[in-house]
Design a protein around this ligand. Structure first.
Ligand SMILES: NC(=O)c1ccc[n+]([C@@H]2O[C@H](COP(=O)([O-])OP(=O)(O)OC[C@H]3O[C@@H](n4cnc5c(N)ncnc54)[C@H](O)[C@@H]3O)[C@@H](O)[C@H]2O)c1
Length: 360
């Protein structure tokens, strides 16, 4: 399958390796900064036959890839993905799939019209730990799910933000919730029940005077099925990443996924006692070298299979929209100081421009 990558920055190594692991035919890589492309080509031993482009439209027209990954800054995802879809190409879009619901809707609509597959890159769904928890959920081992919590307690400092000026801006990124926490927000919504009634939240900027958006978000979620959720996301933790956790509490089961990015199972208690918690913790825990984990390779395998068998990917564009909607609802609730009902029709990170200006 002919594959191309757009955006050769920090997350691109995971995509290149996932493409290689899945034996995709990497025909081209593209970046407006030539050095970034060359750097990745060398580090990942890409053969000379992999062409390099600075203009993705030219690349699409000449190379006609069947699958493209969009790994540019978040504010550019929608426009680039729409051009890829227009050219008849299947797309993996890094998270968040877009920064406005209007753009996300356009991606979904166009992909349907063109008959191409779009996957939102929420790779943590493929963590061994998360797959095991999902299996228990699908087998109804939790009994009635009462509530779940998603915590991301990480550290991002000057060095991280200064390396790419788009980070932390309303136009191209958003803050701790939109960038770092969105994977866990996706997991919470996916696990606890898609339908959300309302969201109430606080967001603030407490310790990063050089970014525009929030570095702390705290939200309470009321699901339509009667369950509750709590979200806490921050990049303020001193002095380094502490944890990313997902707790699920049911009448007959309690589970905690933990570690730096929900890759460990730290609690596994079920009334049915079908398995030995210590064995499960050992078998389904992973220790990846960084917080991006091992999920890109299985995510790619799923997308390739979805294309070959004309089915929807495991993580769809609609799923990407749901995670985006949750973050935007949190932003809206915090800005308005009141609960926000879902579904949200339209909302964008740009609606919150200036919110924390002069805050620190
Ligand atoms: N899935 C994950 O766990 C994960 C982790 C980190 C980042 N991300 C997401 O991946 C995206 C990229 O993040 P990053 O940290 O790698 O950013 P980055 O700034 O390191 O890389 C972005 C790259 O895109 C290039 N680019 C910009 N405009 C372009 C264009 N028009 N055509 C081609 N290339 C272009 C830039 O020159 C840069 O090299 C973001 O949306 C981010 O949220 C996801």
């Amino acid at each position: 399958m002919r594959y191309a990558l757009i955006g050769c920055g920090r997350i691109s190594p995971n995509h290149i390796e996932a493409a290689k692991n899945n034996k995709l035919d990497i025909v081209a890589i593209c970046d407006i900064v030539t050095d970034n492309m060359e750097d990745k080509a060398i580090k990942h031993n890409l053969p000379g036959s992999v062409r390099q482009y600075t203009d993705y439209k030219e690349m699409l027209a000449i190379e006609r890839p069947e699958l493209v990954a969009v790994c540019t800054e978040s504010g550019k995802h929608a426009a680039i993905a729409l051009d890829c879809i227009d050219s008849g190409c299947n797309v993996i879009i890094e998270k968040p799939i877009a920064l406005s619901l209007k753009d996300a809707d356009e991606i979904i609509k166009k992909a349907n019209e063109k008959g191409v597959k779009v996957c939102a890159n929420h790779q943590n769904r493929f963590n061994k730990s998360i797959q095991k928890i999902r299996e228990a959920r699908d087998k109804r081992r939790f009994g009635k799910l009462m509530y779940g919590t998603a915590h991301i307690r990480w550290n991002r400092g000057w060095e991280y933000y200064s390396r790419a000026k788009w980070r932390g801006t309303w136009e191209q990124d958003g803050g701790a919730l939109m960038n770092q926490c969105i994977h866990n927000i996706d997991l919470l919504r996916w696990m606890m029940g898609w339908e959300v009634d309302e969201v109430f939240a606080y967001t603030d900027k407490l310790n990063h005077d050089y970014i525009e958006a929030e570095d702390l978000g705290i939200a309470v979620i009321k699901f339509k099925n009667g369950a509750y959720g709590i979200i806490e996301g921050t990049t303020d933790v001193y002095p380094r990443n502490l944890e990313e956790t997902l707790y699920m509490f049911g009448t007959k089961g309690t589970v905690k996924a933990g570690g730096s990015s929900v890759n460990l199972i730290e609690e596994w208690r079920f009334a049915d006692e079908l398995d030995d918690p210590e064995v499960i913790k050992k078998q389904f825990g992973e220790n990846p070298p960084n917080v991006y984990g091992f999920g890109h390779t299985p995510l790619y395998a799923d997308v390739i299979d979805a294309i070959n068998n004309d089915r929807q990917p495991y993580v769809t564009a609609e799923d990407g929209r749901r995670a985006l909607e949750m973050v935007l609802a949190i932003y809206k609730s915090a800005a308005e100081g009141k609960p926000v009902k879902l579904p949200l029709e339209d909302c964008s990170t740009l609606d919150f421009k200036g919110r924390f200006d002069g805050k620190i």
